[in-house]
Design a protein around this ligand. Structure first.
Ligand SMILES: Nc1ncnc2c1ncn2[C@@H]1O[C@H](COP(=O)(O)OP(=O)(O)OP(=O)(O)O)[C@@H](O)[C@H]1O
Ligand SMILES: [Mg+2]
Length: 915
C-alpha cells in the first residue's frame, strides 16, 4: 500500500469519525484499516478507492467540508469473507477498528470510541475461518548478528511461531543455509530487519554474506509465497532478560536450563516474534508453548532448489499442488495429520531407529489382516476434529461451547480408536502400533470429555445457532434494502423466530440456555425456580384472561415500559379496576392499551433477576470447563501427536497398497540399491491419462552389483526419461527416510544426509541474474557443501552456455563431485564426450536411455542400461517430432563435418580432465 498522503498538514477537516479513521490509517501504516460503523465495516480515503474495486464493493463518496471522501463497506457478518481476500489473496495487513462506549473522561465527540483491536497479517492468524487446515501458519523472524555482516559463517537467529497451535521454534543458521531453512519452515510471513541497514555491496559481493542472504529472502517472497514485514534490528538478548521480559507470553513456565541452550541471537529472534504478535493482538491473550531448539542433526537437509525441483509441494510448471509429491502421496484423514506429513516431507529424518518404527507401523496396517484394522481406524480418524488447534484456542481465551463439544466428541473417537487397536493387535508379532497407543494417556481427557457432555446442552446450542443464522439473514436483508448510503443502524433486533410464549415475558436476553440444568447444584436450584415462575406467570395470565373474558390480553415485557399488561381494547382494561391491585395506564392507542400491574411487575422482576443469575452461573460453569481444558492441555497436545502418527501410518499403508510400494531397507553404509524403481508422480500421471505404463529402472550406487560405482553418467535423447530417472531415485530416498514404503521392487538405502539437485534452466530475470548465473550459483552451492553421504542429481549442467565451455564446466563439476565431495551422484548430460571419457576421472558408471528402432519404427523404451547414447538418436527424435526432411538432411551433413574436426579438439579436454 502506498503511504497515505495528507499533504503534510492535518487540521480537523473531516467529520469527527473520519478524523479518527484518518489518525488510525496514519498510525497503522501500511495496514488497510477497516472501521466498524454500526452494522458495517468501512474502508475510507484512498484505501476505499484502491481496495473497494478489488473486493467488488461499490465505492461511494461522503461529502465533508474538506471535500469528497471515498468510502466502501460491507455488512459486519461478512468480515471473515473479506479478510480472507485481503489477507490471503492480496497479502495485506489489516487493522480492525471496533466501536466501544466512550471511556469515562474521554474527549471524543462521537457516540462511540473506536480502537484498533487487532491487526491481521498472513502470519498472525489465530482462529480465522480462512486458516488453511492443511498447513501450519508460521510467522518467522530472521535476526542476523549485528557485527558479522560480511562473514560467511555469520550467525543468524531464526524463530517461528504458529499462533493457531502455539508451536514455537528457534534455530541458529548461517547465510548459506538460510534459504533452505526458510523453504523447510514454509512461513506465511517473514519479519526482516530493514534492508537499508544491509546494503548490497558491488556485484563482487560474496554469495554467502548476510546482506545477500537477507535480500534473497526478500526477493523470494513471491516464489515461496510469504509476505514480508520489516522491523528494527534487535540486538542479542541475555537468557535472564528474555525470561523476565516474556515469561507471561508462554503457556507454561520457561525453564532457565532450557533457555540457556539458545544462543543470544536466537533469543533476539524469539523476542522479535513475540513483539510482533503483541502488536497484532494487543489484548495480550495469545500464548505460546516454550520455544523448542531446532537443530539440523538427525535431519536430511533438503536445499530449497530440491524442494522445488522435486515438486514436493507444488509443480514447477504452473505452481499448482495437483501433481506435487505431497498431493500424490497424501492419504491422511485428519487435518493435523496432513500438516505433520508435510513437515516430515520437508525434513526427513536420518535416524534409522525412528524410520524403522514408522515402517513397522505401516507394516501392521498393510498386510491382508491389517487392511480391516486400517479401514476401521480410518473411519474413526475421519471423525476427529483438529485437536491441536481446537485445544489451543482455549489457551488464548477464544474457545466456544461448540469447540468444547467438538473436543469432547474427538476425545471419545480417539478412545474408541485406542480400544480398537488394543483389541486387534494383541496377538501380533509386530507390536509397534500397540506400543504407540500404549503411550496414550486418556484418563484426564476422557474425564474432561464426559464433563463437557454432561454440562453443555447440545440441542439448545443448535437452536441458538439457528437463531443466529436467521438474525444474520434478516439483518442482511434489512441492510440490502436500505442501500449502501444509509447504513449506520445497529442491528440488535430479534429475528422473526417462532418463539415459545415465554419469550414475551423475557427481557432483552431471549437466547436459550446452553448449560444442561443439572450441571451444578446452584444451577439446578435456579432452573427449578425458573420453571416454577414460568408456571406461575402462565396461570396469572390465564386467570387474567378468565377474569376479563378477553383472550388477546397478554403479559409482556417492553423495552420502554418494562413489564406490562397489554389489552386488545381499552374497555377490557376497566374490568381490572376492581382488582385489589388496580393497574396504572401507561399508554394507549385507539385499539389497545398498556398497563402496569403489580402482580405481573413483581413476577416479571423476579423472572428477570433469576434469568440474570442463571446466566452468571452458566458463565461460571463455562469458565470452569475452560480451566479444565487448560489442565488437560499438555495431555491433549501429546494425544494429538500420537494420533498424527497413526494417521500418517494409515496414510502410508493406504498408499503402499494403492501404488504397489515395498518396504525399503535403511542402512548406515552409503549403498543405494534400487531394483525396479519408479517415479511415483509420473506413474500416477500416466495411469490417470491411461497413456501406457511406467517402465521401472534399477539404480545401484556404491553397490557391489556395479563394482561400487558411486557416480552414474546418463545420456540419451530428449524425452527418453533421464530427468525422470534422476528424480525418481531421490524421491525414493526421501520417501524411505520419512518412513514410507517406496515405489520399487526392492530398495536398500544407505542413509542420506543431504540432497542436492541442479535441474533444468529456469530464468530468474527479476532477480537480476542470467540463466547461466543461476545455474552456476546452484552448482557452486552443491560443490561447496555435498558430503560423501549426500545424494546429488545434476541434470544437464553446462547447457546454458557455449557447447565447448559448457562441456568443460560439466567435466570440472563431475571431477570435483567424484574426487572431492565423493558423494553419490546421478549426472544426466547431452555431452556425450563426458560419458565417453568419464573413465579418465575414475570409476564412473555410464548408462543411457534410448530409442528402439525396429524396421524403421521408433519408440522410446525408457529403459536405463549400460552404454552411451549415439548421436543418431537426436536426429530420430527430431524426425519423430516432424522436423522437415530437408532440415534433417542438412543437420546430418553438419554432423559429419563436425565429427571429422572433433578428433583434434578432444585431446586437450581429456588431458585437462586427467590432470
Ligand atoms: N520410465 C518411464 N516409463 C514411462 N514413461 C516415462 C519414463 N520416464 C520418462 N517417461 C515419460 O517421458 C517423459 C519425458 O521424460 P524426461 O523429461 O525424463 O526425459 P529427458 O530424457 O530428461 O528429456 P530431456 O533431455 O528433454 O530433458 C516423462 O514426462 C514421462 O511421461
Ligand atoms: Mg531432462
Amino acid at each position: 500500500l502506498e503511504k497515505f498522503d495528507d499533504g503534510g498538514s492535518k487540521k480537523t477537516r473531516f467529520t469527527p469519525v473520519l478524523d479518527e479513521v484518518y489518525d488510525n490509517i496514519k498510525k497503522y501504516d501500511p495496514c488497510v484499516v477497516l472501521t466498524r460503523l454500526g452494522g458495517f465495516y468501512e474502508l475510507y480515503f484512498d484505501q476505499a478507492a484502491k481496495y473497494g474495486p478489488l473486493l467488488n464493493l461499490k465505492v461511494s463518496s461522503r461529502p465533508t467540508t474538506a471535500g469528497l471522501v471515498p468510502m466502501a463497506g460491507f455488512p459486519f457478518m461478512h468480515l471473515q469473507r473479506y479478510l480472507a481476500i485481503l489477507v490471503n489473496k492480496l497479502n495485506c495487513h489489516v487493522a480492525i477498528s471496533e466501536e466501544f462506549p466512550p471511556t469515562p473522561g474521554s474527549t471524543t465527540k462521537n457516540l462511540y470510541e473506536r480502537r484498533i483491536c487487532r491487526v491481521i497479517t498472513p502470519g498472525t492468524l489465530l482462529d480465522e475461518s480462512f486458516l488453511d487446515p492443511m498447513s501450519s501458519n508460521y510467522l518467522l523472524s530472521v535476526v542476523p548478528t549485528p557485527h558479522q555482516r560480511a562473514s560467511k559463517n555469520a550467525k543468524i537467529g531464526l524463530a517461528w511461531i504458529d499462533l493457531s497451535t502455539g508451536d514455537f521454534f528457534s534455530q541458529l543458521t548461517t547465510p548459506s543455509l538460510l534459504s533452505s531453512d526458510i523453504t523447510r519452515i514454509s512461513p506465511k510471513e517473514v519479519l526482516l530487519p530493514s534492508l537499508d541497514d544491509f546494503p548490497l555491496p558491488k556485484r563482487t559481493a560474496k554469495p554467502n554474506s548476510v546482506p545477500k542472504a537477507l535480500h534473497e529472502v526478500y526477493n523470494s517472497r513471491k516464489s515461496k509465497s510469504y509476505s514480508v514485514a520489516f522491523s528494527p534490528l534487535q540486538s542479542p538478548l541475555t537468557h535472564s532478560d528474555f525470561i523476565d521480559q516474556w515469561q507471561t507470553s508462554f503457556i507454561s513456565e520457561l525453564r532457565h536450563d532450557a533457555i540457556e541452550e539458545f544462543d543470544e541471537i536466537q533469543l533476539a529472534a524469539c523476542s522479535k516474534v513475540l513483539e510482533y504478535v503483541n502488536y497484532c493482538v494487543p489484548d495480550g491473550t495469545t500464548r505460546a508453548l516454550p520455544p523448542v531448539n531446532f537443530t539440523h542433526s538427525s535431519m536430511l537437509l533438503l536445499d530449497s532448489n530440491s524442494v522445488s525441483n522435486l515438486e514436493i509441494k507444488k509443480t514447477l510448471a504452473d505452481g499448482s499442488t495437483v501433481g506435487s509429491l505431497l498431493q500424490t502421496i497424501r492419504r491422511t484423514s485428519t487435518q493435523s495429520g496432513a500438516r505433520r506429513l508435510l513437515e516430515w516431507l520437508l525434513s526427513p529424518t536420518t535416524d534409522i531407529e525412528e524410520i524403522t518404527f514408522r515402517q513397522d507401523l505401516v507394516e501392521v496396517l498393510v498386510t491382508e489382516d491389517g487392511q480391516w484394522l486400517r479401514n476401521s481406524i480410518i473411519a474413526r480418524l475421519r471423525k476427529i476434529d483438529d485437536l491441536r488447534r481446537l485445544s489451543h484456542r482455549f489457551s488464548i481465551g477464544r474457545g466456544s461451547p461448540d469447540g468444547m463439544l467438538a473436543l469432547a466428541r474427538s476425545i471419545h473417537h480417539i478412545s474408541e480408536t485406542e480400544k480398537l487397536i488394543r483389541e486387534h493387535t494383541s496377538g501380533l508379532k509386530n507390536q509397534s502400533l500397540r506400543k504407540l497407543v500404549a503411550k496414550l494417556n486418556l484418563s484426564g481427557p476422557l474425564a474432561l470429555a464426559d464433563e463437557i457432555q454432561r454440562t453443555i446442552d447440545e440441542v439448545n446450542l443448535s437452536i441458538q445457532h439457528e437463531m443466529e443464522r436467521q438474525r444474520e439473514q434478516s439483518a442482511y436483508e434489512e441492510i440490502s434494502q436500505e442501500g449502501a448510503t444509509k447504513h449506520t443502524k445497529i442491528i440488535t433486533e430479534s429475528p422473526i423466530f417462532e418463539a415459545p410464549e415465554e419469550k414475551r415475558w423475557m427481557g432483552v436476553d431471549t437466547e436459550p440456555w446452553i448449560i444442561l440444568p443439572h450441571a451444578t447444584h446452584e444451577l439446578e436450584m435456579l432452573r427449578s425456580r425458573y420453571s416454577d415462575l414460568i408456571e406461575e406467570i402462565r396461570s396469572l395470565e390465564h386467570d387474567l384472561r378468565d377474569h376479563i373474558e378477553i383472550n388477546n390480553t397478554e403479559l409482556r415485557w417492553s423495552a420502554n415500559y418494562g413489564y406490562i399488561v397489554h389489552f386488545g381494547s381499552i374497555s377490557a382494561s376497566r374490568r381490572l379496576l376492581l382488582d385489589e391491585h388496580p393497574p396504572k395506564l401507561l399508554t394507549s392507542t385507539k385499539s389497545s392499551a398498556a398497563f402496569s400491574w403489580k402482580p405481573w411487575v413483581d413476577l416479571g422482576n423476579e423472572l428477570g433477576s433469576i434469568r440474570l443469575r442463571i446466566r452468571e452461573e452458566e458463565k461460571k460453569i463455562l469458565r470452569r470447563l475452560k480451566a479444565l481444558i487448560l489442565e488437560n492441555y499438555q495431555q491433549l497436545q501429546e494425544t494429538s501427536a500420537i494420533i498424527d502418527r497413526i494417521d500418517i501410518a494409515c496414510s502410508f499403508a493406504e498408499l503402499a497398497e494403492e501404488a504397489n510400494l515395498v518396504r525399503p531397507v535403511l542402512t548406515n553404509d552409503q549403498k543405494i540399491e534400487i531394483k525396479g524403481g519408479r517415479h511415483i508422480t509420473v506413474e500416477a500421471g500416466l495411469m490417470e491419462r491411461a497413456s501406457g505404463s511406467f517402465v521401472p529402472n534399477d539404480c545401484y550406487l556404491k553397490s557391489p552389483k556395479t563394482n561400487h560405482e558411486r557416480v552414474w553418467v546418463i545420456t540419451g535423447p530428449n524425452m527418453a526419461g533421464k530427468s525422470t530417472f534422476l528424480r525418481q531415485n531421490v524421491i525414493i530416498a526421501i520417501l524411505a527416510q520419512i518412513g514410507s514404503y517406496v515405489p520399487a521392487e526392492s530398495a536398500t538405502i544407505g542413509i542420506v544426509d543431504r540432497i542436492f539437485s541442479r535441474i533444468g534452466a529456469h530464468d530468474n530475470l527479476y532477480r537480476d541474474q542470467s540463466t547461466f548465473m543461476v545455474e552456476m550459483i546452484e552448482t557452486a552451492a552443491i560443490l561447496n557443501n555435498a558430503t560423501p553421504s549426500s545424494l546429488v542429481i545434476m541434470d544437464e549442467v553446462g547447457r546454458g552456455t557455449s557447447p565447448d565451455e559448457g562441456e568443460a564446466i560439466a567435466f570440472g563439476c563431475l571431477n570435483h563431485l567424484y574426487s572431492v565431495n565423493k558423494s553419490r551422484v546421478l549426472f544426466a548430460t547431452h555431452f556425450h564426450n563426458l560419458a565417453q571419457h568419464s573413465a579418465t576421472i575414475g570409476k564412473i558408471g555410464v548408462y543411457c536411455t534410448g530409442i528402439n528402432d525396429v524396421d524403421g519404427e521408433f519408440w522410446y523404451d525408457h529403459k536405463i542400461r549400460p552404454g552411451i547414447a549415439g548421436y543418431s538418436h537426436a536426429l530420430k527424435v527430431a524426425e519423430m517430432a516432424g522436423v522437415p526432411a530437408r532440415a534433417l538432411k542438412f543437420a546430418k551433413d553438419v554432423l559429419e563435418v563436425k565429427a571429422r574436426s572433433k578428433q583434434e579438439a578432444e585431446e586437450p579436454v581429456l588431458a585437462y580432465a586427467s590432470a
